[in-house]
Each structure stands twice: as C-alpha cells, then as structure tokens.
Design a protein. Sequence first.
Length: 248
Amino acid sequence: MKIAQLFKRLFHRKLSHQTRRYKGLYLPLARSNEGLSGDQEYVNSAVEQVDDLMQFCELKSNMHILDFGCGQGRLANGLLVRAPNIGCYYGIDTNEESINWCKRWIQRYHSNFSFIHVAAHNARYNPSVNSRPELPAKANSFDVAFLNSVFSHMLTDDVQFYLTQLHGVLRIGGIIYVTAFIEKDVPPVEENPVDYLGRKSTGALHRVRYEKSFFLGLVENAGFSLVSYINQKIERTKQTVVVARKIA
C-alpha cells in the first residue's frame, strides 16, 4: 500500500471515532451515509424515517426495535429525538468501527440502546470475512426490524437468508421496514445496472436493483404480508420503501 493511501486510511479511521454535539445529540464527524454531511440533513433524514415508521406502529415504552445495518446510529439518533423511551433498541452492523462509535457515543448514555458487531460477509462492506452467521437475537423478541439501504447492497441468496432470520426474531404481527432499489419491468436482480438513476455505480454491490414482483415474492415467501409499498420514497437515494408484517 502506498504511503499516501495508508495515511489517508489512518486519518479516516481516527476521524471515524470522533464526534460533535448537535442539538443534544452526538453525531459522527466522518459519515458513511451518502449525501448527509450536514448535521441538520443527517438528523432530519432519521427523524423523517422514524415519523414514517410511526404510521405503522406505536413507539411505546414496551417496543423492541432491531436496526439491522445500523451503521453509525443514524436511526438511533432519530429515535432519541422522537421516542427516546422505547423499551429496547438493538443495533447490528458488520462494520466494527461504526459499532464501537455507537457504543461510545450512544449506548454509553442511553441504557435502552445496545449495539453489537456481527462479522458477516459482504462483498462491499466486509469482503475479508467468509461467514454468514445467524442474527444474535432471541426468537419472537422484536416488534420492528428496520433495514435502511441494506438489501440495496445484497444479492438474492443473502436477502432470502436474512428475511428468514428476521421472520424468526420478530413477534407475530411485527413489521419489517425496508428500503431497496426496486423497479417495474426490469430483470429480477441486477448488480450495478448501467446508468440507473443517472448515477455511476462503483465497486461491488454499490446498487443492487430488484424487480418489484420478484422482490415482493421474496418477502412473501419468507412469511410476511405486504402492508405498504412506495416507489422511490427516499428522495435522496431514490430507494423504495417496503413495509410488511409477520404472519403466523
């Protein structure tokens, strides 16, 4: 590795552990979320999704939320704005640095928020790991599973595996809230489709696009019933929001 590249990586690693205060919240200085470098934009993006989630469930003191692919705790900060007294928030991510940041700046100050690192393979975010472990959560223990821009970086086998896992850890009647690249009249699944959304994709699994019927079929085959589907609801990324409920 060249000296300049090594210095850049070490500098980014150091920056990734740092934080700043914004309206009573701790926010990461170096952010993994595309297009959210501004503090207000960052927090608003989370609050908007929490508000959207509240259309489908009440975020009460007995609510248990699983944030699968929690990253640097963006949703957690949105919950701290809207529903800080939820019963349990459980964030999982394959990036150990992100989890360490969340433990230091969120979990440390909020006992109902927990974060855990899971060393799972992903060709984009964790290519050096070969395993695909089961979710470290008890069966039938969560009311909500939130997945923002997770399946947008996974191919079919992984999506099927994690849908089955999520079905297992959700209570009957629990919901999944998923954002993904989904369109009509396209191939069932494509990795980095050329000129999609007028944007260039770089590297493995940057944008994995699914055909609507095919993706919803995966959801239904895993034991979920569709509640809501809004194409390209997330304006910033043009991802579709799918909400589905676990059935017996």
